[in-house]
Design a protein around this ligand. Structure first.
Ligand code: KIV
Length: 307
């Protein structure tokens, strides 16, 4: 999978990715963003050389077992963002703003975005929605927090969309999404996620906005791609949408490994001597002798046969 144009050279001291650096990649080498929700997730995403790590509210589905993303709270998002931040990634770390954390008013929105930054260690935030979010984006940006937009299939709108479905197939819907993209671009988002939209619409939006577009289920013409880590690794126990390509089957591998361990334990093959700690021999012998002595006193001569 590696190629000579990768920004990431294992072993080399790589430069920290920033929001302006992402913005500057418009039309250049394809950007990559992967989700992560904890310390090891942050480590593997970063070691692989992803440009951006998104602590997505998809944590609700793939880690916490909820039906919809609307069940995660800002406190949940801060908790998971902070865990990823402790992996100190070179990648830009983006915290997803959960449902109802940016809908009430601009002051509350800014307060919540600032918590993701201050308590969670996010270096940027992402929020779902179109032109109706412009006021909130201005407010967050007024505190120097970079904002990533997200339009198309926005999972937090599951109830108003009537389920999860591709958006912008019809001409009117497609035009509305182009308008949303332009509005978010003018509001200064540093990048824009396009989720679940037809290829042609994603291409048009990508050509019309100055911010790099990051696609998921949006075809090949966006400036970058994002996938949910648990989908990419085959570690999602829910539905796999058609746009997901699985690069591993971790669920099977993990189940196989744990099954093997269980059978080793049951057969007495785990742990071996090399997997155990030992005392200095003289101390071990003395301890055993004292133990035998105590048992002899307590239980009588029939236990003399203890080795
Ligand atoms: O929460 C998430 O994982 C996301 C990505 C799918 C873009 O929003």
């Amino acid at each position: 999978m590696s190629n000579s144009t990768s920004n990431h050279t294992p072993g080399a001291a790589a430069k920290k990715v920033t929001a302006p650096a992402v913005q500057a990649r418009k039309g250049g080498q394809k950007l990559t963003m992967v989700t992560a929700y904890d310390f090891p997730g942050g480590k593997v995403a970063d070691q692989a050389g992803a440009d951006m790590i998104l602590v997505g509210d998809s944590v609700a589905n793939v880690v916490l077992g909820y039906e919809t993303t609307n069940e995660v709270t800002l406190d949940d998002m801060i908790h998971h963002t902070a865990a990823v931040a402790r992996s100190r990634p070179r990648a830009l770390l983006i915290g997803d703003m959960p449902w109802m954390s940016f809908h009430v008013n601009p002051d509350e929105t800014l307060h919540n975005a600032a918590r993701l930054v201050r308590e969670g260690g996010a270096e940027a935030v992402k929020l779902e929605g179109g032109a109706e979010r412009v006021e909130m984006i201005h407010k967050i940006r007024s505190a120097e927090i970079p904002v990533m937009g997200h339009i198309g299939l926005t999972p937090q709108s599951v109830h108003s969309m009537g389920g999860y479905r591709v958006m912008g197939r019809g001409l009117d819907d497609a035009r509305r999404l182009v308008g949303d993209a332009r509005a978010l671009d003018a509001a200064g988002v540093f990048a824009l996620v396009l989720e679940g939209v037809p290829v042609t619409l994603a291409q048009v939006i990508t050509e019309e906005v100055s911010a790099p577009t990051i696609g998921i289920g949006a075809g090949p013409h966006t400036d970058g791609q994002v996938l949910v880590m648990h989908d990419l690794l085959g570690f999602n126990f829910g539905h796999y949408p058609k746009f997901v390509r699985r690069y591993a089957d971790l669920a099977d591998e993990a189940t196989g490994a744990i099954t093997e361990w269980i059978s080793d334990v049951r057969a007495g093959g785990f742990p071996t001597d090399a997997e155990s700690y030992h005392m200095v021999q003289a101390s071990a012998e003395q301890l055993l002798a004292e133990h035998r002595e105590r048992r002899l006193k307590a239980d009588g001569p029939e236990l003399r046969a203890i080795p």
